[in-house]
Write a protein that binds this ligand. Structure first.
Ligand SMILES: [Mg+2]
Length: 357
């Protein structure tokens, strides 16, 4: 079956509440769905959410990149799947979210061609995942309220966004820790907001108070490798690299220098599924575990993340795929269940998510 058409659809969905980190505030999800059609009528769906502060992409740049890649793909046969992937990745550098969105659509199509759920095509068996939920950065009482509300809704892992003010961040984390007690695991994400010295100050202060988060994610700037090493040598709390790792090379550099304990894999950074799978295997070679994370994105790409997590379940032990549960409603057709903290893949062939027809 030959590739007949590739088009993009703007996908918008309101959030239950604004999403706030040290880098940005978002009130409405706005991303891009890629639709690939073959001459036999089969259709594949992909998605990517531009995050200018992290990948440098916008809706406009994503559309332009996909339009740029498109002519090299039209007319190819889906049997030449490896060629399709090579064309996507070799036609343009960077533009990782755009390439991820288009790649996901082709994986969806490929799995449909093979009549397999995507996770089975990738070799996975795990179908059910427990995700954490983001607690947006706000005033302390609001963050405590949101944390308790998340517990009520069944979440057992909270991803607490900090990073705008080290002293206030200590107060935020202490207040949440005191409020939730042993009922939840805390993950901290500073989104590059601290210096290395501030990170050590905050984390040592928490450790002295007996507060032990599961990990601290990306405390310092993405390119501050020395800073990560400085922190790792001085604190007990495990360090997770997010914005510092897009490529396999980035991960190898950090892991060879013992700069972090874990790696956060996101399809929008790895340019899709192919490199995400390879990255997991490489990281595993260092004896290190991964998180599968997402941007503020919709059900197509979040589902794709869950399929990847299934394929590498022995390596990807932490799931941060809460984006769909942050939407006030889910305006697509999906056999993948997004029920608060639980994500369950189905036996439907392909990705399991499609636009309403
Ligand atoms: Mg992060």
């Amino acid at each position: 079956m030959k590739i007949k058409e590739i088009r993009t659809v703007l996908f918008k969905a309101p959030l239950k509440t604004p999403f706030k980190t040290a880098l940005r505030r978002v009130d409405q999800l706005e991303d891009l769905v890629v639709v690939v059609e073959c001459d036999d009528g089969s259709v594949g769906y992909g998605e990517g959410a531009p995050t200018p502060a992290i990948t440098g992409e916008t809706i406009g740049s994503m559309i332009a990149a996909i339009e740029y890649i498109k002519p090299s793909l039209l007319g190819l046969d889906m049997e030449e799947f490896d060629t399709v992937l090579q064309k996507i990745h070799n036609s343009i550098v960077k533009n990782t979210t755009a390439k991820s969105a288009i790649e996901i659509a082709f994986y969806d199509l490929r799995a449909k061609n093979l009549k397999l759920p995507l996770y089975r095509m990738l070799g996975g068996t795990q179908k059910v995942f427990k995700t954490d939920i983001t607690i947006s950065m706000n005033q302390i009482d609001k963050m405590v309220f949101d944390s308790l509300d998340a517990l009520e809704r069944g979440y057992e892992i909270l991803k607490v966004k900090v990073g705008d003010n080290p002293q206030k961040d200590i107060q935020r984390i202490r207040a949440i820790w005191d409020a939730v007690g042993k009922k939840a695991v805390l993950r901290l994400d500073a989104n590059q907001g601290w210096s290395a010295a501030q990170s050590v100050e905050v984390l040592q202060s928490l450790e002295k108070a007996g507060i032990m988060p599961e990990l601290i994610e990306q405390p310092v700037k993405a390119d501050d490798l020395a800073g990560l090493r400085y922190i790792k040598e001085r604190v007990q709390t495990p360090l997770l690299a997010d914005e510092s790792v897009f490529s396999i090379k980035d991960a190898i550099t950090l892991l060879e220098q013992h700069a972090v304990d874990y790696i956060n894999i996101k399809l929008a950074k790895t340019a899709g599924i192919t490199q995400a799978l390879k990255l997991a295997d490489i990281v595993n070679g260092f004896g290190v575990k991964c998180m599968l994370g997402c941007m503020l994105e919709g059900p197509f790409s979040v589902a794709a993340g869950a399929h990847v997590a299934s394929a590498k379940a022995h390596i990807i032990t932490m799931i941060d795929l809460d984006a769909v549960s942050l939407l006030s409603h889910n305006p697509v057709q999906t056999s993948v269940q997004f029920e608060e903290s639980q994500i369950a893949l189905s036996e439907e062939i392909g990705l399991g998510v499609s636009l309403l027809s």
